[in-house]
Write a protein that binds this ligand. Sequence first.
Ligand code: FMN
Length: 488
Amino acid sequence: MTPDPSPSRHTRIGSHRDFDSFREHLNGLCPDIPADSEILRAPQSPLAADIEIFGKTAGNRWVIQPMEGWDGTEDGNPGELTLRRWKRFGLSGAQLIWGGEAVAVEADGRANPNQLVIAEHTLGGLESLRGALLGAHAERFGDSSPPIIGLQLTHSGRFARPGKDTGNQPRIAFRHPLLDDRVGVTDDSPVLTDLEVEGLIESFIAASVRAAELGFDFVDIKHCHGYLLHEFLGAHTRPGPYGGSFENRTRILREIVGGIRREAPALQVGVRVSIFDSIPFRRAPGGGGGVPEDFPGDEPYRLGFGIDMANPVEQDLAEGRTFLALLEELGIRLVNLSGGSPYYNPHLQRPALYPPSDGYLPPEDPLQSVARHLRATRALKLEFPGLAIVGSALSYLQEYLPHVAQGLVREGWMDLVGIGRMVLSYPDLPADTLERGELSRKRICRTFSDCTTAPRGGLVSGCFPLDDAYGSLPDAEALRELKKSSSP
Ligand SMILES: Cc1cc2nc3c(=O)[nH]c(=O)nc-3n(C[C@H](O)[C@H](O)[C@H](O)COP(=O)(O)O)c2cc1C
């Protein structure tokens, strides 16, 4: 990827008058991306095909990605908006619910004071989320084909901010010269000791046992987006048993999976991983698209996972391949591929025309950022045909999301298609495609990034522009003020 130095405006997807015009846009930037000219209904649509996962049948290829709302109670239980979101996940018609949202395995590992926690006192709350999702699904679609539901388990590591008044409380795998400053790390005290890592592994195992007791079909041992286990994958510079070699950097995962097999043998495991990454980006001085941070050209960049060490603006899938081979070896067959981090390269992680308040203008056409995800996913799917692979970052495709998704599944780029931001504005997009073969244009996510900007300002996250339940909250006014004072 070579960042475009003068990226002010890119063609808006919504400005295309029809599919042919969109196809032309695609042809100019990424002609290899498949797209059907029409949305197909079930049973003709490739997205309507069954797929077997863990011996269960998912009746279509739509997946709801994990989407946090910053709306739990301070003790880590769900709030009303959390419950509403999970119900809407159930109404989507998607047959795989990937994790619901990130749930911290330790209270100190929360990314915000309103993130869910899995602990004895939150079991009832978590159970109610799963129950609400299944109830909504049954009401809308009947109860003969409930979706497969996982719970995403996390520790937010470098991006932990667990207390209302405590600010950042980072816990990190290694010192990072470009990121430490951003979260207030000034010495080694936030670096987890090996003993603390052992405790963390136990927390993931205990959380998995609880998720199994609650009836979740699988847990996602989250390895993406710059959070702690993702950071450990890139801990080349850390000494000791959890850093350095690939074997050491994946030891945490192997130990967690060993513990789950021992203590909750019927529970299935999935992994969401940022399979590629880049050096952190920042705003360009004086405006324009985001630019990569400076890094000495003669030094290998040993500060991440899935990054070309010789040219850290580029991805490198070599270790990603080794990682997927390890997952197969561990008997993990369900993988969700993501990339980058919303904190230090949001254009990679969630391609958008309108950046979040702490972001920067897109350094490339966001369609190219989507294509990067799709190509990486395709390359890995070809090499790992036995894995059920979920693809990410498609919401930017907007009205043409189903057109591209059909092509991707038909041509074997991915097995299942994940939707993230789109589910906040338009949760039943999967059902609309399969039942009606058309979309309701007014509900399409236009990537305004309010769902990211709001929580950066301590507000709840949701689709403020298109979902009245958020547009009418007092937080909506606070968001407007926040955007005035902070737009990039
Ligand atoms: C508001 C918001 C909350 C998110 N919460 C999570 C989360 O809890 N866990 C996770 O793995 N990804 C999370 N993501 C990332 C999404 O799952 C998804 O990867 C990203 O939005 C790109 O996909 P999209 O283009 O379909 O939106 C979140 C994204 C947003 C915008």
